[in-house]
Ligand binder design. Structure first.
Ligand SMILES: NC(=O)c1ccc[n+]([C@@H]2O[C@H](COP(=O)([O-])OP(=O)(O)OC[C@H]3O[C@@H](n4cnc5c(N)ncnc54)[C@H](OP(=O)(O)O)[C@@H]3O)[C@@H](O)[C@H]2O)c1
Length: 299
């Protein structure tokens, strides 16, 4: 089987490319910069240099490909990311259809799509891929936990660097995080699970937690005491994201749409798609432990 992995220099895409290669899948990585993808090239991956916002550069990416993964978001570019994401999804879907790709697989977010520009845009991307490309498996997840994830790094920074946490109302919003290893297992299995074609698959770990709970559990995973919280219920998403940009390494451009999404519950409401896969995702404490351990190996 041959797979095209878009977003292979990113957190989820890189882990997926490595896992597929371990399963003897022939992997082609679509990357914007050969320089940035040097580690992938050294691992022996076939690279196709292209940008989903430039249709010309996508030509040939899907040649001989059975499954094309779309693991891209445009938040880092700031500004009108919604418009850019529509364009990227259209070009990618058209390329995949014209080049005879049998299946596309996409990972979007959980939660009501109308409530924040970020969640709305993730869902719209799925609708375009589904309408204009080959049969789609549309995975939906809340926070994906792993050492390179922006969300994990943000939680870790907040716990490690701040003597106390400001506690906006969104700290109480329920969410259902999932570990990167489990997400990769779902993504990699999708082409073999025929009934997952043309449907939504909501995935999540076994724990439904508030963001506040996650901070406390991160403190435990790091062997620290939980931080006291100061209630500031009226903190706006704009101020929250500026604050996150100030106290963590997360780019404010990325923090803003993410924070807007934190007002929305991101939990699995329909587990029927996930049951097709027979995967039992690891508990939150376990995936945190793995991520902290991986950080220690790298430091
Ligand atoms: N991480 C999570 O917690 C989470 C949760 C739910 C869903 N998801 C979804 O999973 C997918 C991947 O997320 P991630 O966390 O892995 O993101 P990430 O680490 O920020 O990676 C994004 C990837 O997209 C690539 N990219 C951006 N614009 C591109 C363009 N115009 N053309 C080609 N490639 C482009 C980036 O390439 P460069 O390296 O060149 O910038 C990078 O490889 C997204 O659809 C996201 O919504 C993630």
């Amino acid at each position: 089987m041959r797979a095209l992995v878009t977003g292979a220099t990113g957190f989820v895409g890189e882990q997926l490319a490595l896992a597929l290669a371990r399963d003897d899948v022939d992997v082609r990585c679509l990357v914007r910069s050969r320089e940035k993808a040097r580690a992938l090239e050294e691992e022996g991956f076939d690279l196709h240099v292209g940008d989903v916002f430039d249709a010309r550069t996508l030509r040939g990416a899907g040649d001989g490909v059975d499954v094309a993964y779309y693991l891209v978001h445009a938040m880092a570019g700031g500004g009108d990311f919604e418009e850019r994401e529509v364009t990227g999804a259209r070009y990618f879907a058209r390329m995949a259809r014209e080049e005879g790709v049998a299946r596309t697989v996409y990972l979007g977010g959980l939660g009501g799509e109308a409530t924040s520009p970020h969640l709305r845009s993730r869902h719209r991307t799925a609708m375009i891929l589904e309408a204009q490309g080959p049969p789609l498996t549309y995975f939906r997840a809340a926070m994906v936990v792993g050492p390179r994830s922006e969300s994990y790094r943000t939680l870790r920074y907040l716990v490690e660097r701040l003597p106390l946490m400001i506690a906006p109302a969104w700290l109480d919003t329920p969410t259902q995080p999932i570990g990167i290893d489990d997400v990769v297992s779902y993504l990699a299995a999708a082409p073999r699970i025929e009934p997952s074609a043309g449907r939504e698959v909501q995935i999540g770990g076994p724990d439904v937690l508030s963001y506040g709970d996650m901070l406390d559990r991160m403190a435990t995973a790091l062997g620290r005491r939980s931080r006291p919280r100061v209630r500031v219920p009226l903190l706006s998403p704009r101020l929250s994201s500026l604050w996150l940009g100030l106290v963590t390494p997360v780019d404010t451009k990325v923090a803003r749409p993410l924070v807007e999404g934190l007002k929305t519950a991101t939990v699995v409401t329909d587990p029927s798609g996930a049951t097709l896969f027979g995967i039992e995702p690891a508990p939150f404490d376990e995936v945190l432990r793995r991520a902290v351990a991986a950080d220690e190996v790298r430091d």
